[in-house]
Design a protein around this ligand. Structure first.
Ligand code: NAP
Ligand code: F7E
Length: 370
């Protein structure tokens, strides 16, 4: 019996990777993360962990089997959390082959890296699966028995990931599981996902730094939870006596329109939506005098997808009963408020930073600082 607590996280620089690292360090794990080389600094979410004695980084790539085999050999993890992915659904229509390589074949590479190191009976594996598998939904709400109908190149790639995990569990008796996670957001969410795009825009508009927010399908429905709460489930799934798959969701559904309304409200702006489809607009009815009566939200065809998933709503009963997980820890209103508060501060700080930069440039020009 291996009593070491050594976790290997792929996708450690992402939203979930950063929260999971904090969670596992707190639980006493040695946490190892795989990062890929980039010409820009992209480690903002984990910068505060670098140098921590329980936190270690290794170069590797989901497209490079040898790098995965080598990292697994070096780390000899007791748990792997496979979070790395090209995770943007709209981008998967532009880069379908890359998405398949990372999100589908990448999962196979991780499984084979474990087998190549003869760790298949010592190392448990968590696969970041997704509600996008339900896609063009065949029932509402969705649970572990709902049939899959993937509806984007991203979802099709993730479907392979789901089945190859199940296959290795059955063929080689490996402890590998999928968490079928519904959308989870946070102040660390990538800025092109709809919630973060909205909270940042609400903050910028409220502070006079952006005129308007352009969105796609306002009627799309999602079950949005808080990422910090969801990483606990990833860990719980690997602590079970038997490997199983779980739906992780809040059990509550809201539209993009509702999220937009709530985010602007939290930023001090009340919107009224008028018109339909492409003609729908969000108009300011209460808030700073200079904004009242102005159109602040418009619909743009640029943010529509060739096929869009519009009715996701998860049933977390199994996670509640078997994992003892609380899906209502952070409410929708709290999630919106956490994100808006963070982005109001971020935008205000950007202003201070840019004033400082401007002043510095001026001082340099005048020879006042060297
Ligand atoms: P994210 O913020 O987009 O992070 C993705 C991570 O994958 C980043 O660390 C990224 O590294 C890494 N990555 C991408 N391509 C890679 C490659 N070729 N080699 C190595 N690493 C690579 O995603 P997230 O929101 O944290 O989601 C984590 C996982 O859960 C993903 O698999 C996602 O598909 C899945 N998921 C997310 C949600 C959600 O609502 N957030 C819901 C269901 C499932 P870079 O920083 O270098 O780009
Ligand atoms: O879109 C609509 C869009 O990009 C949500 C990933 O983490 O969750 C995420 O995928 C909805 C869609 O997330 C805009 O059409 C409207 O219906 O925030 P999103 P997603 O596609 O649900 C799943 C579970 C994952 O697994 C993924 O990795 O919002 N929408 N207007 C828009 N979406 C975006 N991005 N931008 C818009 O302007």
């Amino acid at each position: 019996m291996d009593n070491r607590k050594v976790a290997l996280i792929t996708g450690v620089t992402g939203q979930d990777g950063s929260y999971l690292s904090e969670f596992l360090i707190e639980k006493g794990y040695q946490v190892h993360g795989i990062i890929r080389r980039s010409s820009v600094d992209y480690r903002e979410r984990i910068a505060h962990l670098e140098g921590h004695p329980q936190f270690h980084l290794h170069y590797g790539d989901m497209g490079d089997s040898m790098s995965l085999v080598k990292v697994v050999a070096t780390v000899r993890p007791t748990e792997i959390y496979n979070l790395a992915a090209q995770s943007h659904v709209q981008v998967s229509f532009d880069a379908p082959e890359f998405t398949a390589d990372v999100d589908a074949t990448g999962v196979l590479r991780v499984l084979e890296a474990v087998r190549a190191n003869h760790l298949e009976h010592e190392c448990r594996i968590y696969q970041a699966s997704t509600s996008e598998l339900y896609g063009k939904v065949e029932e509402v709400p969705q649970n572990e028995n709902t049939p899959f109908h993937p509806y984007s190149p991203y979802a099709v790639a993730k479907l392979y990931g789901f089945w190859i995990i199940k296959e290795y569990r059955e063929a080689y008796n490996m402890f590998c599981c999928s968490g079928i996670l519904f959308n989870h957001e946070s102040e660390r969410r990538g800025e092109t996902f709809v919630t973060r795009k909205i909270t940042l825009a609400a903050a910028r508009i409220a502070q006079g730094k952006q005129e308007k927010l352009l969105l796609g399908n306002l009627s799309s429905l999602r079950d949005w939870g808080y990422a910090k709460d969801y990483v606990e489930c990833m860990w719980l799934i690997l602590q079970q006596p038997e490997p199983e798959d779980f739906v992780i969701a809040t059990g509550e559904q809201h539209s993009v329109r509702e999220f937009t309304y709530a985010a602007f409200k939290a930023a001090g702006i009340e919107l009224r939506f008028e018109g339909e489809d492409m003609e729908e607009k969000g108009i300011c009815v209460k808030g700073p005098a200079e904004l009242v009566g102005k159109v602040l939200v418009e619909v743009s065809p640029d943010f529509y997808r060739p096929t869009d998933v519009v009715n996701l709503w998860g049933d977390p009963t199994k996670a509640k009963t078997k994992l003892g997980w609380n899906p209502s820890k952070t409410t929708f209103e709290q999630l919106v408020s956490i994100m808006v508060k963070h982005d109001m501060e971020k935008v205000a700080a950007e202003h201070v930073a840019s004033v400082m930069r401007t002043n510095l440039a001026e001082y340099l020009e005048k020879g006042l600082v060297k």
